[in-house]
Design a protein around this ligand. Structure first.
Ligand code: NAD
Length: 341
C-alpha cells in the first residue's frame, strides 16, 4: 500500500479523494489545507484523521510515499519545490505553473532531486478520448489530415470555482489547456498555433471564448475551440466533441458520447460513455472516471519506475501551446511556433 498526502481540500480535490478511496493499493492518509473549515469537512467526509494547515510540517511528519497537490496554480511552485526537497514523488494539478519558465525550473528541480513528477492532466484519460485514439491507432480512418476538438458550454463554472472569474487569463489556461493536451495526445507535437480570444461575459476578467488553429508536425490541422458563453438547446457540459477526417474516412465523437466511424463506405456507431452507475452521477461520471484512471497510472508508474504519460517534462509542451495561444491572440492571431518559446 502506498500512503499519500493531499494538499488543497477544495472543489476538485473531492473528486481526487473519492478516486483515492477507491484505489486498490494506494490511499491518502493525511490532508493539508490552510482553510480550517474545508480541511475539517473534507477530513470528516473521507474519514482521514491526520490533518495539517502547513504542508512542510505534513511532509516532515508523515514522510508519505507521494503527495497529491490539488491547490490552485499560484501555490504550485512553492509546494512542488517543497516536495522535491523532501524527496517525495508528486502528482500536481493543472495548470502546472503560470509561466513556462517556472515549469521548466520545477521539472529540473525534480529531476535533480530524483523525484517523479506528474501533472494531473486528466482529459486525455477520459474513456471517449481513449476510444478515439484507438480508432486512430488501428488505422480505421487512414491517415488523419484535419480535426476539430470542441468544448462549448454555458455551464456556470464560476459558482463552484469563483477564482475563474477573477484572473486575467481564463478559458485557455483553465479548459483550453486540456483540449490542447488532447490535440497533442491524438496527433503529436505542434509546430504552429494561431489564436483569437473573446470575452463575452462582462462580469469576468479574462477571456471566455478561444478559437485556435494548430499545425501538427505530422501534417494534421486541428481547430481547438472552447467557450463558456455558448448557451445551446442542450447543455453538454463537460463533454468534448471531436471530429477527425482521414484519408479513408471520418470519425465523429458527438453528444452523449456517440462515436460514429465512417470508413471505406461503411458506418459503425458505438456509445463510448463511462459507466454512469459506477462513476456517476451524470454529468460528472466522465470526469470522475478519468481522475481514477490518471491516479492509477501515477501509482503504476511509481511502482514500475516508469515515466508518467503526462510527466512534468511532457507537460512543458502542453504549457507551450497555452503560451503560444495567448501570444498569438495578443498579436492579432499571428501564428506562433511553440518550440520557440
Ligand atoms: P479551490 O480553490 O476550490 O481549492 C484549493 C484549495 O487549496 C483551497 O481550499 C485552499 O485553501 C487550498 N490551498 C491553497 N494554497 C494552499 C497551501 N499553500 N497550503 C495548503 N492549502 C492551500 O480550487 P479548485 O477549484 O479545487 O482547483 C484546484 C486545482 O484543480 C486548480 O489548479 C484547477 O485548475 C484544478 N482543476 C482541475 C480540474 C480537472 O478536470 N483536472 C477541474 C477543476 C479544477
Amino acid at each position: 500500500m502506498l500512503n499519500g498526502a493531499l494538499i488543497g481540500c477544495g472543489f476538485f480535490a473531492q473528486n481526487q479523494l473519492r478516486a483515492w478511496a477507491e484505489a486498490g493499493d494506494a490511499g491518502i492518509v493525511a490532508l493539508c489545507d490552510r482553510d480550517a473549515a474545508r480541511l475539517a469537512a473534507t477530513a470528516a467526509r473521507f474519514g482521514i484523521a491526520r490533518t495539517y494547515d502547513d504542508a512542510a510540517e505534513m511532509l516532515a511528519r508523515e514522510r508519505p510515499d507521494f503527495v497529491d497537490i490539488a491547490t490552485t496554480v499560484a501555490s504550485h511552485v512553492p509546494l512542488v519545490t517543497l516536495a522535491a526537497r523532501a524527496g517525495v514523488p508528486v502528482i500536481c494539478q493543472k495548470p502546472f505553473t503560470e509561466t513556462l519558465a517556472e515549469a521548466a525550473e520545477l521539472v529540473e528541480t525534480c529531476r535533480r532531486a530524483g523525484v517523479k513528477l506528474m501533472v494531473h492532466e486528466n482529459f486525455r484519460w477520459q474513456a471517449p478520448i481513449r476510444a478515439v485514439r484507438r480508432v486512430l491507432d488501428e488505422g480505421e480512418i487512414g491517415q488523419p489530415f484535419w480535426a476539430r476538438i470542441a468544448f462549448r458550454s454555458a455551464y456556470d463554472v464560476y459558482a463552484g470555482q469563483p477564482y475563474l472569474a477573477e484572473g486575467s487569463r481564463f478559458i485557455i489556461q483553465d479548459l483550453g489547456i486540456h483540449l490542447l493536451d488532447v490535440a497533442r495526445f491524438l496527433f503529436g507535437e505542434v509546430t504552429t498555433l494561431a489564436a483569437r480570444t473573446q470575452r463575452v461575459n462582462p462580469r469576468i476578467a479574462g477571456e471566455d471564448v478561444a478559437t485556435m488553429m494548430l499545425g501538427h508536425a505530422a501534417g494534421v490541422t486541428t481547430v481547438v475551440d472552447c467557450s463558456y458563453a455558448s448557451a445551446q438547446e442542450r447543455e453538454l457540459f463537460p463533454q468534448s466533441l471531436i471530429e477527425i477526417d482521414g484519408a479513408r474516412g471520418t470519425l465523429r465523437l458527438g453528444a452523449d458520447y456517440e462515436l460514429v466511424v465512417h470508413a471505406d463506405g461503411a458506418t459503425r456507431r458505438e456509445t463510448v460513455a463511462p459507466d454512469e452507475a459506477r462513476w456517476g452521477p451524470a454529468p460528472w461520471h466522465g470526469i470522475q472516471h478519468s481522475v481514477f484512471d490518471i491516479q492509477e497510472h501515477f501509482i503504476a508508474c511509481l511502482r514500475g519506475g516508469r515515466e508518467p504519460e503526462t510527466s512534468g517534462a511532457d507537460n512543458l509542451r502542453t504549457l507551450a501551446l497555452v503560451e503560444a495561444a495567448y501570444l498569438s491572440a495578443q498579436r492579432g492571431g499571428a501564428p506562433v511556433d511553440p518550440a520557440a518559446l
